[in-house]
Design a protein around this ligand. Structure first.
Ligand SMILES: Cc1cc2nc3c(=O)[nH]c(=O)nc-3n(C[C@H](O)[C@H](O)[C@H](O)COP(=O)(O)O)c2cc1C
Length: 401
């Protein structure tokens, strides 16, 4: 006789209803409490121990440390996530939300989902067998997510745009040689990218202790790959191919001011978005200087130990901007409910960094796909509970904050 599980699995989805999910969940055992395939994941947090196990198993605990680290005590990193827990959601009843549309318009583009992939450097170090940013791009393309490629990504903008099927956004670190900076911008523009994301939060240096602790466990000589300095190391990244980097000493620029933004505006037709804004004051300045968008971000708690979470900074930025440009946010987003909360507080779209990298580190492209699918599913579920059939119907009254 067929088991109840097999019987239910053979029924059409509609006949089951969601209460039978428990019977359809994967039943293969975890290995030491860690998922062994993307299908076993119940939520995106399940991918973090899997990423750790994969990297430690490959003898690369320092690379997991690189992904995991915040700065100093990692308190800002934790605050990013924990502050989402302080916001409650206002559900609504008796609204037919069976059909929902999660698409949104962002700077002239139409995205199928407000969830985008943040720029993350050096992803080849997370899973040498996967195609790094190209794997992300293919995963993002499958479900219509936008992504942002880092200046120090492991793949070039041409490869990533190609894999994504439409141009991704390009994230720029300013460097301290304008010729090199300009060449990076021109290359991204020539590759078809329409939006340039200038990251402005890495000027001060940083103390990544969790990385340093993980490095103590790593038996490999770091110098074998990391020779240090811009010329020997950073410039090996594909976006620097063919450039004369002999005058660059610093990837993050030194003493960058609003003049740099003006200079960029004079050199490209791409729209310019600032990533790393954390105050209404700076957001107001950004709009005054004519930027096209803002990403409220503290680099995933990797820039400064301010204890200020991005979700707590979002409302004052939204207020200062007053609808003149889109405001995106990232940092600590781990649940579909977090996405809804950020949208309710005025974000146009919501970025994830570490979660998709956990997926990549553990399982390659299928891992990234699974992370995106889980977050999207959770987001759609909570949309239905607040009675929102599209993103416009997620409003300030959808949350109590
Ligand atoms: C390993 C790692 C590398 C990153 N590299 C970059 C980068 O090159 N450029 C950038 O603007 N942000 C970078 N970020 C920050 C992310 O774009 C994003 O702001 C952050 O990861 C969001 O927080 P979350 O990881 O909690 O989702 C990096 C983050 C991580 C974890």
């Amino acid at each position: 006789m067929a088991s109840i599980g097999a019987l239910l699995a053979s029924l059409p989805e509609k006949a089951l209803g969601q209460s039978y999910d428990v019977l359809r969940a994967p039943t293969t055992p975890l290995v030491n409490g860690v998922i062994a395939s993307p299908e076993q994941a119940l939520n995106v947090m399940d991918f973090e121990p899997a990423a750790r196990a994969a990297l430690v198993g490959a003898g690369a605990p320092a690379h997991f440390g690189y992904l995991a680290t915040g700065v100093d005590d990692d308190a800002t990193l934790r605050a990013n996530h924990e502050d989402y827990q302080k916001i409650r959601i206002q559900v609504r009843r008796l609204i037919d939300a069976r059909k929902i549309d999660t698409s949104c318009a962002v700077l002239g583009e139409r995205w199928a989902s407000p969830i985008f992939l943040c720029p993350v450097s050096s992803q080849a170090a997370l899973n040498p067998a996967a195609a790094a940013d190209v794997a992300d791009a293919k995963a993002a393309k499958a479900k219509g997510h936008q992504m942002i490629l880092s200046t120090v990504g492991s793949k070039s903008i041409e490869e990533v745009n190609d894999a994504h099927g439409s141009p991704v956004w390009y994230m720029l670190y300013p460097t301290d040689d304008w010729n090199v900076t300009q060449a990076l911008v021109k290359r991204a523009e020539a590759a078809g990218s329409r939006v340039l994301v200038l990251t402005v939060d890495r000027q001060g240096g940083r103390n990544t202790e969790t990385l340093l602790i993980a490095r103590r466990e790593d038996k490999r000589p770091c110098q074998a790959c990391h020779q240090g300095g811009f010329k020997n190391e950073v410039s090996r990244k594909p976006m620097f191919d063919g450039l004369d980097v002999s005058k660059v000493t610093n990837l993050y620029g030194t003493g960058m001011t609003w003049d740099f933004v003006k200079r960029l505006q004079g050199t490209t037709k791409m729209k310019i978005v600032l990533k790393g804004i954390m105050s209404g004051e700076d957001a107001g300045e950004a709009v005054k200087y004519g930027v096209d968008g803002i990403i409220v971000s503290n680099h995933g708690g990797r820039a400064e130990e301010s204890l200020r979470s991005t979700i707590s900074a979002l409302p004052e930025v939204v207020k200062a901007v007053n609808g003149r440009v889109p405001v995106l946010v990232d940092g600590g987003v781990r649940r579909g409910t977090d996405v809804l909360k950020a949208l309710a507080l005025g974000a146009t779209a919501v970025g994830i960094g570490r979660p998709y990298c956990w997926g990549l580190a553990a399982f390659g492209q299928p891992g990234v796909e699974a992370v995106l699918a889980i977050l999207q599913r959770e987001f759609e579920t909570i949309m239905k509970q607040v009675g929102a059939t599209n993103l416009r119907e997620i409003t300030r009254t959808s949350v109590i904050a």
